[in-house]
Design a protein around this ligand. Structure first.
Ligand code: GTP
Ligand code: MG
Length: 455
């Protein structure tokens, strides 16, 4: 085996029911043998089977545990693996780990178990990244995307791209190696089609990134409007708690309040902002400037208007601010429990909903609208649902696309075939970066450095 034996505590720090020490490498079983006793000394520990017993340090009992051995290659890392379930106190786990290290293991680095799984060929780099995304997943939806990636959906897609490109490479090589054959068609139509398909599909994946990123990191949603229209009341109603101060005094909220909410599995990074108006108050003014910045950077604006009052110049200012930035907006006519006075004809507003943040009217409809606005939008082809969520994958796919574009240009300009092979290699290499077949230490450090120790 290529690697040394590593060990770490795989459960979170602190106190819990159990603490798990994981060991991976060819010395794992030997180490366990040295520090673990079952009641019956002749008992065969077997594999994938829990064994009750004691961890001891030269005969002195350290903890009562359950231990399991897993035989390579059918393990997380593809190496021999041992897991020891000890009592969940921090000190006890540390003590058992120390003993394991004393008996020949090295303390694992961040993500090193998963890195082994990658190095030993059980998963590709995109799947390793999915493991981390699952651990950090904020909502069901983002986790289900990561699970698809872990299953190998992206890996398989990349493999199909590579196969299509390799067919082209084979043809180009024949043309280059046997010029005497006089193959004058630089690219038969079926191979051109291969390239066109990869180009189109890479393009679709690239454009799925924005949505993937939102599902993974949350949709930046800003509640905006002039003072006193009920923005903070809306925030509280969505959070179902009294998070922000609500008063009848305009200018109550002066800072930006940020909270994450979950709408049908999609995370929304929701911010309540200071009501936008011209004011002499220094603190409030800073808040107003901040509000404008947040609108500028938002994925979605919830524009709140007070339906019980006529439109005022301050409302117009906010509407113009949002329209200037061309933001996706849902217009909320709040306080619909009161008599409606507002007229909106002068503006070309779409996507209007009537709500009462105070009485919880229309809130569910609004959530429904937010969901469909973000998620169902742009799902052009429902049969092809693969979504990328990782900037590294997006960048690599862009390189692939650029290379294929160069190939078309080369062919259409009647240039020599050697040039095509350079670009073909470039396209293939970029795809290999996604799966990690080609990877630098830098990339690996970056991917695995974000893991926790013990994973
Ligand atoms: N009748 C009625 N009153 C509401 C509703 N929503 C909010 N209010 C009242 O409107 C007033 C202002 O509410 P806030 O939520 O503080 O308004 P805001 O937009 O955050 O105000 P600023 O922070 O000053 O910008 C409070 O007295 C709320 O109780 C509603 O749906 N119906
Ligand atoms: Mg407020």
């Amino acid at each position: 085996m290529l690697f040394d034996t590593i060990a770490a505590i795989s459960t979170p720090r602190g106190e819990g029911g159990i603490g798990i020490i994981r060991i991976s490498g060819d010395k794992s079983f030997e180490i366990l043998e040295r520090i673990f006793n079952t009641k019956n000394p002749n008992r065969d520990l077997g594999f994938y089977k829990f064994n009750y017993g004691f961890i001891h340090d030269n005969g002195k009992i350290v903890d009562e545990v359950m231990a399991v051995r897993m035989k390579a290659p059918k393990t997380y890392t593809c190496e021999d693996v041992v897991e020891i379930n000890c009592h969940g106190g921090h000190l006890i786990s540390e003590k058992v780990l120390e003993l394991v290290l004393k008996n020949g293991a090295r303390h694992a680095e961040q993500g090193e178990f998963t890195k082994r799984a990658f190095m030993n060929g059980r998963i590709d780099l995109s799947q390793a990244e999915a493991v981390m995304d699952i651990i950090h997943g904020k909502t069901e939806k983002s986790i289900s995307l990561s699970l698809e990636q872990l299953r190998g959906d992206l890996r398989d897609k990349i493999a199909s791209f590579k196969k299509a490109l390799l067919d082209v490479t084979a043809h180009v090589n024949v043309v280059l190696d046997y010029p005497e054959e006089g193959i004058d068609d630089p690219l038969p139509s079926n191979l051109r089609e291969n390239l066109e398909n990869v180009y189109a599909e890479a393009d679709r994946l690239i454009s799925s990134y924005d949505k993937g990123k939102k599902i993974k990191e949350g949709i930046k949603t800003v509640i905006a409007g002039k003072p006193n229209v009920g923005k903070s009341t809306l925030l509280n109603s969505l959070l179902k708690e009294e998070r922000a101060i609500v008063t009848h005094i305009p200018g109550t909220t002066r800072d930006v309040i940020e909270e994450i909410i979950n709408i049908k599995g999609i995370p929304l990074v929701l911010t309540d902002t200071a009501g936008i108006r011209k004011t002499e108050d220094i603190v409030e003014n800073i808040g107003v400037e901040k509000s404008k910045k947040f609108i500028e950077n938002a994925d979605l604006v919830l524009l709140v208007l007070d339906a019980s009052r006529e439109l005022e110049s301050e409302d117009r200012e906010v509407i113009e601010e949002i329209q200037n930035h061309n933001k996706k907006t849902i217009v909320l006519l709040n306080k619909i429990d009161l008599e409606r006075k507002i007229e909106l004809e002068e503006f070309n507003l779409e996507n209007i909903l009537e709500i009462s943040a105070k009485d919880n009217i229309g809130i569910e409809d609004m959530e429904e609208r937010i969901y469909s606005y973000i998620v169902e939008e742009n799902v052009e082809d429902s049969s092809e649902k693969l979504i990328i969520t990782n900037i590294r994958h997006k960048t690599a796919l862009e390189k692939t696309k650029d290379a294929i574009r160069n190939i078309f240009e080369t062919i259409d300009a009647g240039m020599p075939m050697d040039l095509i092979s350079v670009d073909l290699k470039e396209a293939l290499d970029s795809l290999s970066e996604i799966t990690g077949e080609i990877s630098s230490e830098d990339i690996l450090d970056h991917v695995f450095g974000n893991f926790c120790v013990g994973k």
